[in-house]
Design a protein around this ligand. Structure first.
Ligand code: GLN
Length: 551
């Protein structure tokens, strides 16, 4: 399209957690399925430079892009929906904006001017928004603004939107996501909170063009007209976003509500073709009507907050659908697992995944979980810390190195089977200093991973400081712990498998970040398949023994 890039802002009102990320991703999906080039950006109004230093309890999972940016978990949704990689430019925080303004000020770039929120901070925000459109030649840039209108911290962002809307006129619209609550006692849907939140936007000089109304009940035409009238939008721009069974239904629901059509109309773009969601609905069909079921235990220390493992849970949805299998996750807290209760905690599972993580809390439970999976030939998948713990477990219980540990948990252990690389030892700052982003890996032919990927060279994303200690490699390999994925440049071990076990695979990288609806991750697909096979065998065994299958 030789046309200028169109900018769509998505703001939120009334309350947080209305699903701005999913609405943004769904709108992007619809525009993409009409043949446009679309990207989505998230502006986060907090002062951390990135969410890399945030505790998962605060902000859920930290999502990592190919270029090594530690970003908001909404970027995961963008990639899973669009199947297009994002980068640092897709996630901007207040911290990053201020950091760059302050650095410019220190370099003297403001030529003696007083540096202020308006225009300097707002100009920097506008630059970060437009850079995506100009640099990559996108037809549409959708920018989701974190937080809720009226928050003090989102004010500079709303002001930047006001200015851009003024400057770009027809090339810029605002979609406001709001809540229409249902009062059970009155038996009515209420529009007042929406009126108030639009008023707040108006006080800041921004008239929304489209309202997406989150609701538990259908909006009838009277309500739609009432909202349109009170909020100065056309009736066709009042879009209902009803609670859905799954996030993957939302693009279809938004298509039925014609959100994409109204967006094109408001931006004066002549529609090229109808959205083509055939592949998407095929996925939905498989996802919603599985023929089999497996239960996977996810062992981690943040299991109370499922958002901490968002990408893993979604990767199971994608790979489950690919296997026509419903993957039920049993969340198991690693701190609750001991040798004496491991059978009770993990018995009956079809597969065990040990999750990524940091620090010593829950480590012993993870070691027990891995020992249980290894000794009982239960399919096992370890990710990042999961691979490191698998290494420690093997060292202690198979190689007999009783004191084996990671130097992250025990600095002066006699057997540092997981340790820091030399370049990591010098680092003092915490933010953005891990081994981050995409690195190549060569797979050994004949390995399960090679079979799963079907290629020798892969690229996967990393987020960790500690590594398998190559001084121990030979000893491990001789005992059947095979290093089947190696970084061709550094020689670092990226993927391991156990010989003689039906499925014991663990990766130093994070495969979950690259799983999308259209490209379920090969390692998750093969793990779910292994779990299915295991379940089949277990069922056959228990039937032969005259017992009823327990799962
Ligand atoms: N804490 C480990 C490291 O830094 C693992 C990190 C992770 O699981 N993402 O190496």
């Amino acid at each position: 399209m030789s046309e200028p890039t169109k900018y769509i802002f998505v703001t939120g009102g009334v309350t947080s957690s209305l699903g701005k990320g999913i609405i943004s991703a769904s709108l992007a999906k619809l525009l993409q399925s009409r043949g446009y080039r679309v990207t989505i950006q998230k502006l986060d109004p907090y002062i951390n430079v990135d969410p890399g230093t945030l505790n998962p309890y605060e902000h859920g999972e930290c999502y990592v892009t190919d270029d090594g940016a530690e970003t908001d978990l909404d970027l995961g949704h963008y990639e899973r929906f669009l199947n297009v990689p994002t980068s640092q430019a897709n996630n901007i925080t207040t911290g990053r904006i201020y950091q760059s303004v302050i650095e410019k000020e220190r370099r003297g770039e403001y030529l003696g001017k007083t540096v202020q929120i308006i225009p300097h901070i707002t100009d920097e925000i506008k630059r970060c928004i437009q850079i995506l459109g100009t640099r990559n030649n996108f037809d549409f840039v959708i920018t989701e603004i974190g937080g809720t209108v009226g928050d003090i911290e989102s004010l500079p962002y709303i002001e930047a939107v006001r200015q851009l809307k003024w400057e770009k006129d027809e090339d810029c619209i605002v979609v406001h996501l709001t809540l229409i609550p249902y009062l059970t006692a009155a038996g009515e849907l209420k529009t007042k909170p929406t009126q108030h939140s639009v008023k707040t936007l108006l006080e800041n000089g921004v008239q929304p063009d489209i309202l997406v109304c989150r609701t538990e009940h259908e909006l009838n035409p009277q309500i739609r007209n009432k909202i349109a009238k009170f909020c100065n939008v056309t009736p066709n721009a009042v879009i209902q976003s009803i609670d859905a069974d799954t996030i993957y239904d939302v693009p279809v629901l938004m298509m039925e509500e014609k959100l994409d059509e109204v967006v094109l109309e408001k931006l004066h773009v002549k529609a090229r073709k109808k959205p083509d969601l055939r592949k998407w609905t095929e996925f939905l069909e498989r996802y919603k009507h599985p023929r089999h079921k497996v239960t996977i235990g996810l062992v981690g220390k943040y299991v109370e907050l499922k958002d901490s493992y968002k990408s893993i849970a979604e990767a199971f949805n994608h790979s489950g659908a690919a296997n026509e299998t419903q993957v039920e996750i049993r969340w198991v807290h690693s701190e609750d697992i001991y040798a004496r209760n491991v059978d009770e905690k993990l018995g009956g599972l079809d597969g065990i995944l040990v999750a990524p993580g940091f620090g010593s809390r829950g480590i012993d439970g993870k070691i027990e979980a891995i020992r249980y999976a290894r000794e009982n030939a239960i399919p096992f998948f370890g990710i990042c810390l999961g691979m490191q713990i698998a290494t420690i477990e093997f060292a202690r219980n198979v190689l007999g190195l009783a004191d084996a540990h990671s130097t992250e948990m025990k600095e002066y252990t006699q057997h540092p089977v997981i340790s820091l690389m030399a370049e990591q030892k010098r680092i003092v700052n915490k933010g953005g200093t891990m081994r981050l982003g995409s690195y190549p890996c060569r797979l050994i032919k004949g390995s399960k991973a090679f079979k799963a990927y079907g290629v020798e060279m892969i690229d996967e994303r990393h987020r960790h400081r500690f590594e398998f200690n190559n001084d121990y490699k030979e000893q491990f390999e001789q005992a059947g712990f095979r290093c089947v994925g190696i970084n061709p440049e550094s020689g670092l071990v990226e993927l391991i498998e156990l010989e003689g076990h039906p499925y014991f695979v663990a990766s130093q990288f994070h495969p979950e970040y690259k799983s999308t609806v259209m490209n379920p991750h090969p390692l998750f697909v093969s793990f779910v398949r292994a779990a299915l096979e295991y379940r089949g065998k277990e069922n056959a065994l228990s039937k032969r023994g005259g017992q009823v299958a327990t799962h």
